[in-house]
Design a protein around this ligand. Structure first.
Ligand code: HEM
Length: 457
């Protein structure tokens, strides 16, 4: 059986112009065979020089041992600023530490357990939508996964349901934001000032639509807290609204709250939507693995409703999600910059120069993983010769590790189980998704599958 889809690496050095055109579509298409196994690499373009750290010991130095020398990159901050403002994802130093301390309790394991009920209600609504899908028709799984994960974030962070019209408005604005951001970063990298302001305008408009939709929910809650009408934390938003800075005693300003919620909305749904869409493509391609997962679900859950305690018992379902994150890590690259002049193996990096770590490259490096392009979830159930911690980083690593990793695992296992318990997922003849690297790894032509209701449920 052939490997799941991935762009074929280039054999030779492409011309700068050619690279520009293919990378404009996706940076994944600009990778060479050697990109996967190199220890360090350099990407030199007219507007930027980036060092890629690919050797595991260097990755650990950057993300764990010498983390102060490699703060988050200013370019990424500038790129995401219209949407995320000064959110935890791109801040550094004391500002980041304060934000992380404020958000951590909301994502502690007990709090994640509490949001199970809200996640379950959203998956029940998803099942209702799926029940209306014609059996065997070409079904847009990517749109459904984007909707359900956005809805889960709305419900768990702000105790609000997301209507399909609102979801459509937000997700299409985000697609435009991603596309324009990629184009702008490419123009900057190639020092091309052409039509810059027009693209920037489109991008800012898209960010305004998303922030506007979130502000509509946050504004009345913000006022209720300030008027003393809301005094108890009922969800993640009220924890943020009620929290006071231990030094100044002040609360977050309205803008600061919108920054954090925008970031949680983006980081929390775009990543999960990407991973879950790829997962259903893989299950459609590998029916025998899907069947085993179904048998596991039948044994653990049977025909009753899924409960929070079932999730950890679904070992194969968990492993399938982890293997999907290995093959299609939603965050395909992580950007840092050197705080001072440093040397990475043979590369001298000047202060302010960009350093990139790519889970996509690390997860598909043949020296890190056996048969790296194969889909083999069972590798996560078998005893490994070397620990996977250093060579598996879909959620990042060290102090900037994803705050929502447990949230994402719980949500994913719940969604996968809710679908597989009732449906068989099949491939659409002749359809192959095309992976593209933007802010996250998505499919250029969407992800379509066929759904058939299981007779025996
Ligand atoms: C499959 C789903 C997810 C994946 C693959 C993922 C991946 C990542 C990665 C790789 C990072 C580190 C980025 C870096 O070091 O530059 C990160 C950070 C972060 N993620 Fe996630 N994430 C997921 C889901 C979530 C969810 C559900 C939430 C919250 C609801 C979330 C919130 C965050 C936050 C707040 C950060 C920034 C942490 C910091 O810098 O201190 N993520 N995520």
């Amino acid at each position: 059986m052939s490997c799941p889809v991935h762009p074929k690496p280039l054999k030779n050095k492409a011309s700068l112009l050619f690279t520009f055109f293919i990378k404009r579509k996706s940076w994944l298409n600009g990778l060479f065979e050697r990109s996967y196994t190199m220890k360090t690499g350099k990407v030199k373009l007219p507007g930027i020089e980036i060092v890629v750290a690919n050797e595991l010991s260097l990755v650990k130095d950057i993300m764990v041992n010498k983390v102060d020398k490699y703060p988050k990159n200013k370019l990424l901050h500038e790129l995401l600023e219209p949407l995320l403002g000064d959110s935890i994802f791109t801040t550094n130093g004391c500002q980041w530490r304060k934000q992380r301390n404020l958000l951590t309790p909301a994502f502690a394991s007990t709090s994640i357990g509490k949001v199970f009920v809200l996640m379950k209600q959203a998956t029940d609504d998803m099942r209702e939508r799926l029940s209306k899908v014609e059996a065997g028709s070409r079904f847009d799984m990517e749109s459904e996964m984007t909707f359900i994960t956005a809805d889960i974030i709305f419900r768990t962070i702000m105790t609000t349901k997301l209507s399909s019209e609102e979801a459509q408005k937000i997700t299409s604005a985000f697609t435009r934001f991603q596309e324009q951001s990629l184009k702008i970063s490419m123009l900057r990298m190639f020092k091309i000032p052409l039509v810059f302001s027009y693209k920037e305008h489109k991008r800012i408009q898209a960010a305004k639509i998303i922030r506007g939709a979130l502000e509509k929910v946050i504004r009345p809650r913000y006022e209720a807290v300030n008027n003393g009408e809301e005094t108890q934390a009922v969800d993640i938003l009220s924890s943020l609204l009620l929290t006071r800075d231990p030094d100044t005693g002040e609360r977050f300003s309205f803008k600061e709250i919108v920054d954090q919620v925008s970031m949680l909305f983006l980081a929390g749904h775009e990543t999960s939507a990407s991973a879950l869409s790829w997962l259903f493509y893989l299950l459609a391609e590998y029916p025998e693995i899907q069947e085993e997962a179904y048998q596991e679900i039948k044994t653990v859950v049977g025909d009753r409703e899924i409960e929070a305690t079932d999730l950890k018992k679904l070992k194969l379902v968990n492993a399938i999600f982890r293997e999907t994150l290995r093959l299609y890590p939603p965050v395909g690259f992580m950007m840092r910059e050197a705080a001072e002049k440093v040397t990475l193996r043979d590369k001298i990096i000047q202060a302010g120069q960009s350093v990139v770590i790519s889970p996509w490259l690390i997860h598909r490096n043949k020296y890190n993983w056996e048969k790296p392009h194969d889909f083999n979830p069972k590798r996560f159930l078998e005893k490994q010769k070397t620990p996977i911690k250093s060579r598996y980083l879909p959620f990042g690593m060290g102090q900037r590790v994803c705050i929502g990793a447990s949230f994402a695992m719980q949500e994913a296992v719940l969604i996968i189980t809710s679908v597989l318990q009732h449906y068989r997922v099949e491939e659409v003849e002749g359809f192959k998704p095309q992976p593209v690297g933007r802010l996250t790894i998505r499919s250029e032509n969407g992800i379509y599958v066929k759904l058939f209701k299981r007779e025996d449920t």
